[in-house]
Design a protein around this ligand. Structure first.
Ligand SMILES: *[C@@H]1O[C@H](CO)[C@@H](O)[C@H](O)[C@H]1NC(C)=O
Ligand SMILES: *[C@@H]1O[C@H](CO)[C@@H](O)[C@H](O)[C@H]1NC(C)=O
Length: 409
């Protein structure tokens, strides 16, 4: 709670500073947050009951930014992830915190990409012959029963070369016999409408953009896909460079939530950059198997003693269904609260229709009680009110903004 109150105050101050500077893309003195039609569609789709009525009563807003709302890669349900356009949409939808996944280039500069080696599915690199030739694995078309193969990494090219690429919707067709066919693989629940030429971002550009908006940052140090050290570049230097980008600009560590899946990165920040380490987010993927989930739950007190303050597993691990068919906090969530750790969930709006396989991965522990898309809000309500998560990542921030504003989060 303390964190949230302090963050709220800082948010106010930061916005004030932005007004004086008057900079930033799409800058306006006061932001008219737009949640669009999707939250209304989801509320209408909900089963009758207390929560639906409470949400209906909030239909006319007003809507404003909330730190509960964390833009996951921007707004990639419809906009190419980690692009200027995607971040801009996220801000308009009321995200208080915007994410950049951080990867390094051949010249050891930091850029925003979800995976060090996803350029072949998230950009048009294959349409640039001179750059495609530099890919770790150049493109080989599908043939017969063999799928196409290709792997292009940020570390294959320089930052300047990276900036010449267009961001596209993440997806590929493994059966592609041409580059065009291969690149055409956007999932059914997303759209190519805004996938014309997304403006890819360096980490520095992202910081200046989000800073100009007076919002908060959550950079994720992506696990390298190349052996470290890479051409002399160590994991520690990489972790340090990410933090240095904020220090250089005098950005308060209280506005920065560095994340990593690697405990050693979190411990590095706790030890070497304690002001940033205090807000470091440990992305806990150990929960992905039942045994890993048990181990992870058991390890929480030791992580707390080591200085870890924020845990972030995939949100399925935070709830379960009890004997009465009710969605309730999971053992993991209870253990985290007992250790006085903050919890963040990921990621909303990545599942498409929840009618398919009960929502799949993100709804794994509650799928038996999921039967319509409106159930998204039922799960979110348990996460917000009972697990008391501090925030949630979403591919479409507006869905969260509607809920967060309705319940004063
Ligand atoms: C690729 O081809 C395989 C085998 O014919 C098929 O099962 C699969 O659905 C195809 N995938 C796509 C994305 O078209
Ligand atoms: C869980 O912990 C046990 C005991 O320390 C260990 O042997 C096992 O490999 C762990 N399993 C996973 C999946 O982490």
């Amino acid at each position: 709670m303390y964190t949230v109150l302090v963050s709220g105050l800082l948010f106010g101050l930061a916005s004030g500073a932005a007004v004086k500077r008057g900079g930033g893309y799409g800058y306006h003195k006061s932001l008219n947050v737009q949640v669009g039609v999707r939250p209304y569609y989801l509320v209408d789709d909900m089963d009758e009951g207390r929560l639906k009525h409470a949400l209906q009563r909030c239909s006319e807003g007003p809507f404003k930014p909330s730190d509960f709302v964390i833009a996951h890669r921007g707004a990639p349900l419809q906009f190419p992830e980690h692009t200027l356009e995607s971040y801009t949409a996220a801000r308009r939808q009321g995200a208080g915190i915007i994410e950049c996944d951080v990867a390094f280039t051949k010249d050891k500069k930091l850029v925003c990409r979800h995976d060090q080696c996803d350029l072949h599915t998230t950009t048009d690199i294959l349409k640039h012959p001179e750059l495609a030739a530099k890919c770790t694995t150049p493109f080989t078309p599908a043939s017969g029963t063999s799928p196409a193969t290709v792997q292009c990494c940020t570390s294959d090219i320089t930052q300047a070369e990276f900036k010449s690429l267009c961001g596209k919707m993440d997806g590929f067709n493994p059966n592609g016999t041409t580059v065009e066919e291969y690149m055409d693989g956007t999932p059914y629940f997303r759209t190519d409408l805004y996938s014309t030429c997304g403006t890819v971002q360096t980490h520095d550009e992202y910081i200046d953009l989000v800073n100009g908006w007076g919002l908060k940052f959550t950079p994720e140090l992506k696990t390298p896909k190349v052996e470290m050290p890479f051409d002399g570049y160590t994991q520690e230097q990489y972790a340090q460079d990410m933090i240095n980008a904020y220090k250089k600009r005098g950005i308060s560590p209280k506005r920065v939530f560095p994340q990593s899946f690697l405990p050693d990165d979190i411990f590095y920040w706790i030890d070497k950059e304690p002001a940033f380490g205090k807000q470091a987010v440990y992305l806990d993927e150990r929960v992905d198997t039942p045994e890993g989930y048990e181990n992870a739950t058991a390890s929480i007190p030791a992580l707390a003693r080591r200085g870890v303050k924020i845990l972030a597993p995939a949100f399925f691990a935070l709830t379960k269904v009890d004997a009465n068919g009710k969605i309730v906090p999971s053992e993991y969530a209870i253990a985290a609260k007992k250790a006085r750790m903050d919890i963040i969930g990921w990621s909303f709006e990545r599942s498409g229709w929840l009618s398919i396989d009960g929502g799949g991965y993100y709804y794994d522990y509650v799928k038996e009680v999921i039967n319509n898309d409106g159930d998204m809000y039922t799960v979110l309500d348990v996460l917000a009110q009972q697990v008391k998560i501090k925030g949630m990542f979403s591919d479409w921030p507006a869905t969260l903004t509607y809920y967060a504003n309705c319940f004063g989060l």
